[in-house]
Design a protein around this ligand. Structure first.
Ligand SMILES: CC(C)(COP(=O)(O)OP(=O)(O)OC[C@H]1O[C@@H](n2cnc3c(N)ncnc32)[C@H](O)[C@@H]1OP(=O)(O)O)[C@@H](O)C(=O)NCCC(=O)NCCS
Length: 200
């Protein structure tokens, strides 16, 4: 029996594992980059560390098998990323010449968090990441996690939520479309940016 609960520091390793195993357009990215912790260090851990009150996990028998993580205010998050996350990130992931160009681009995103500031950020200040392990998918948990996050954001007065995604992840795009996300004006076919209000 799975249930949604608040993230706890003891979920950290499982969150890293879920992130790696879903980081290749929804598929397993283990071994794709020279360090398996690159994707979680960019797309999972900073949210759990900087804004744990907006991190929720899907718990199956005491183990996290999925999560939704977010920031309520992308502008503030970028500042805190620079001050509190970037120093250790840059040390763990130096930009060295032998890295692939894809890997360098990911690391640059970590070093330049202002890349998160989409033109619509003031109307859609929150942004999210959601990932479930394969065995937890297709059973309504993604919808329930998203509703949990939207309610938490709405309760703190945040009106709009957005996400950026890999265009190759067609399955996730079908999920977001089904849940009512719409492309924002800055969205491009090769770099989709979707938005939704936090309450209906
Ligand atoms: C994308 C993801 C979060 C969706 O969560 P999920 O639990 O599988 O989705 P749900 O079962 O809650 O589906 C919710 C609705 O979306 C629809 N949906 C989900 N995936 C779909 C797909 N691939 N095609 C069409 N519809 C889909 C469902 O039919 C359902 O509709 P309904 O509630 O009206 O019946 C999950 O599959 C996942 O983690 N995938 C791998 C990681 C990933 O891609 N993360 C997103 C990165 S941008």
């Amino acid at each position: 029996m799975s249930s949604i609960r608040a993230y706890r520091a003891s979920d950290r390793d499982q969150v890293y594992d879920i992130c790696i195993r879903t980081a290749r357009a929804g598929d397993d990215a283990t071994g794709v980059y020279s360090r398996d912790d690159l994707m979680p260090d960019l797309y999972a851990a900073p949210y759990c560390v900087l804004e744990p009150e907006l991190a929720f996990v899907l718990d199956d028998g005491g183990t996290a098998v999925g999560y939704i993580i977010a920031t309520a205010d992308t502008r503030k998050f970028v500042e805190r990323w620079r001050d509190e996350w970037l120093p250790a990130f840059a040390e763990r992931h130096p930009l060295t010449s032998e890295l692939t160009s894809a890997e360098k681009n990911h690391i640059r995103r970590g070093v330049h968090p202002e890349q998160m500031l989409i033109p619509e950020v003031d109307d859609y200040p929150a942004h999210l990441h959601i990932d479930l392990l394969p065995q937890a998918r297709g059973r309504g948990h993604g919808r329930a996690l998203l509703q949990t996050l939207r309610s938490a954001l709405a309760a703190s007065g945040v009106l709009g939520l957005h996400l950026s995604m890999d265009p190759a992840n067609r399955s996730a795009r079908a999920f977001y479309d089904r849940l009512g996300f719409h492309p924002l004006p800055s969205s491009r076919v090769d770099a989709p940016v979707l938005g939704i209000a936090t309450s209906d």
